[in-house]
Design a protein around this ligand. Structure first.
Ligand code: DGT
Ligand code: CA
Ligand code: CA
Ligand code: ZN
Length: 588
């Protein structure tokens, strides 16, 4: 029986194909909305199928309900079969090309008769795309650039996707006989924003290894076994992700875990440190060096954990997310620990969209969902008026939204719901660095997030001026997704982030960590600079849906990697502390 996720995927496929088939836009969107509803259910959708009451759910009408019944009960969805006949599969991939919408996809496909990404790239290069009406040289160049991005990163995936696969696989392997220790290693354990392959390490006795590998390659998500050996097997999942499983003896586990966690550069530093102490560190353990400085495998140094190994090398334990060669060895030689923000510290949701702009849920729904997830405040920040494509708010709408928020806050007080909504806006930073409303309106918000949404590829100097002017504005409390990058899809703006951080600190302005897995922007690589200057951040989901609020967890991962402690993260404040923070005028 299909899971909620599988049903949602089918619905989303209908949505994608409908766009390409040129069907009515609203009809297509209805499928996307239904997919979101199913994904967001906290109980199995099958329950509703059995009771024939799917239409009780918001966003699921009669005809989509019939499609779902049919899919669950007969394994097919007529609408989907029909669309699949009509639209070549290759075109779905094209939807990933940024800047190429369904209309143009269909036009290119019809007029040039091509369906594959490679063919499209060729057609852009030889001028066939540019010759189509409404496309031109510029569009063709943009498409090529975007395809090259996709190609370059085809082998990698987002942290969120890898994390889900790894959690499933780890949970499954944990239950296999003989597994004594298990840990995810590699870039995923270090919480990198994109992941090449997923590395899992198991500690087990040699005679149990074969059975564990059998179970591994047998898992339902495996579509291809890439290799099977005595100590390592690799598989590929349906979505094309590679998972490596290594099995080592339990006594080797800590050293192997350290080795396979990396980063490579961190490992190099550790090995040098070991040699300076007449020791040798490798994936099998920590050993004495012989007279002629070879590893003496007969003289192992005792350890029981990664922590022990660090201590033998005169270091304090280094959290995996900090093992990136930014100077962590020096730091943990002198410091016992580095306090880092935790998921539990987060008390409020800042930066969320509602149906007033391009969000999928009302403010009330977003607020109640936030409360249910344990948060005590919600800072709504819809798009500003210039972002017309995203339903940016006119001045009149802003005022009506404020009224709605006041009413909702009163309702929550009456009902005893512990939830306060704050009035924010995600104001576009216009080309010249000014914000999107007259000051009189801007001052009426509780907070302003200033973000760039257009003209992302300005030259560095102009971009810096633009940002610096926006930061200087007295109402700007924080900068949203500074580079505007979309991981694996689109490069961010050119920025001198060191200068920008200095300027933000000087102007008492926060730079958010956008927690959307596609963004994770501010990049953690600026973490040391941020710590040294005392930059504050806010871990913002930029949620457009209720599920989107949960992206906060990825933001926390990146904030930790960027060395942020609780004190430098705005939304660890309680609702009343946050209110005070809003009330105190910044030092600009
Ligand atoms: P990825 O998969 O590209 O996202 O990045 P990683 O870091 O997971 O890299 P991967 O899967 O190739 O290897 C996992 C870890 O194993 C890596 O972080 C460090 C360790 N490792 C692998 N090969 C080497 C090597 O040649 N030298 C050293 N020192 N460590 C290595
Ligand atoms: Ca890896
Ligand atoms: Ca690997
Ligand atoms: Zn934005």
């Amino acid at each position: 029986m299909p899971t909620n996720q599988e049903i949602a995927e089918k619905l989303r496929e209908v949505y994608n194909l409908m766009q390409l088939a040129g069907e009515n836009r609203f009809r297509a969107i209805a499928f996307d909305r239904a997919a979101q509803t199913i994904e967001g259910l906290s109980e199995p959708a099958l329950q509703y199928v059995e009771n024939r009451n799917l239409t009780d759910l918001k966003g699921i009408g009669k005809s989509i309900a019939e499609d779902i019944y049919s899919y669950v009960e007969k394994g097919t969805m007529p609408v989907l079969e029909h669309l699949r006949e009509k639209v070549p599969n290759g075109l779905i991939e094209w939807l990933h090309i940024s800047g190429l919408g369904p209309k143009n996809i269909v036009k290119i496909h019809r007029e040039l008769g091509i369906t594959e990404m490679d063919e499209l790239k060729q057609a852009c290069k030889d001028g066939r795309v540019a010759s189509l009406s409404g496309l031109g040289e510029k569009s063709a160049a943009k498409i090529i650039k975007s395809i090259e991005w996709l190609e370059q990163f085809d082998e990698r995936c987002l942290l969120s996707e890898a994390n889900e696969i790894a959690e499933t696989m780890k949970g499954y392997l944990e239950q296999q006989e003989g597994v004594q220790q298990i840990e995810v290693a590699g870039s995923l354990r270090r919480r990198n924003e994109t992941i090449g392959d997923i590395d899992i390490l198991v500690g087990a006795d040699e005679q149990d290894a074969a059975g564990i590998f059998d179970a591994f390659v047998d898992h339902g998500m495996v579509v291809e076994v890439l290799g099977r050996g005595e100590t390592k097997s690799s598989i590929r999942t349906e979505a094309g992700r590679q998972v490596d499983l290594r099995i080592v003896r339990p006594d080797q586990f800590p050293a192997a875990l350290m080795y396979f966690t990396g980063s490579k550069e961190h490992n190099v530093g550790m090995r040098q440190r070991a040699r300076a102490r007449k020791l040798s560190l490798n994936e099998y353990g920590l050993f004495q060096l012989t007279e002629d400085r070879e590893t003496d495998f007969d003289k192992p140094v005792d350890y029981n954990s990664e922590n022990d190994i660090y201590q033998k090398l005169d270091l304090h334990f280094i959290l995996p997310e900090l093992r990136e060669n930014w100077g962590e060895l020096d730091y943990f030689e002198k410091h016992e620990s580095m306090p880092l923000v935790e998921e539990n510290d987060i008390q409020g949701v800042i930066h969320a969209h509602s149906t007033w702009s391009d969000g999928k849920y009302t403010i009330e729904q977003m607020a109640r969902a936030s409360a249910e997830k344990g948060y005590t405040y919600l800072g709504i920040s819809d798009h500003s008026r210039t972002a017309a494509y995203a339903g940016g708010l006119s001045i009149d709408e802003v005022k009506r939204q404020w009224d709605e928020i006041d009413r909702l806050n009163e309702t929550f007080v009456k009902e005893g719901v512990e939830m306060t909504i704050f009035k924010g806006i995600e104001s576009d930073i216009l080309g010249d660095g000014s914000l999107d409303y007259p000051d009189g309106i801007l001052e009426g918000f509780d907070f302003v997030i200033a973000s760039v949404h257009s003209g992302l590829d300005m030259p560095l100097d102009s971009m810096m001026e633009r940002f610096m002017k926006a930061i200087e504005h007295p109402v700007t409390r924080m900068i949203g997704h500074p580079t505007g990058r979309l991981l694996l899809r689109r490069d961010g703006s050119k920025l001198d982030m060191n200068r920008l951080i200095d300027w933000a600190v000087r102007n008492d302005t926060i730079i958010e960590i956008n927690a959307n897995p596609w963004r994770l922007d501010l990049d953690w690589r600026h973490g040391t600079k941020a710590r040294e200057t005392g930059l504050h951040t806010s871990i913002n989901p930029d949620a457009h849906t209720i599920d989107g609020i949960d992206d906060i967890r990825y933001g926390v991962m990146i904030a930790r990697k960027a060395q942020f402690d609780k004190k430098r993260v705005l939304n660890t404040l309680s609702a009343s502390e946050f209110k005070n923070w809003l009330a105190c005028t910044s030092g600009k």
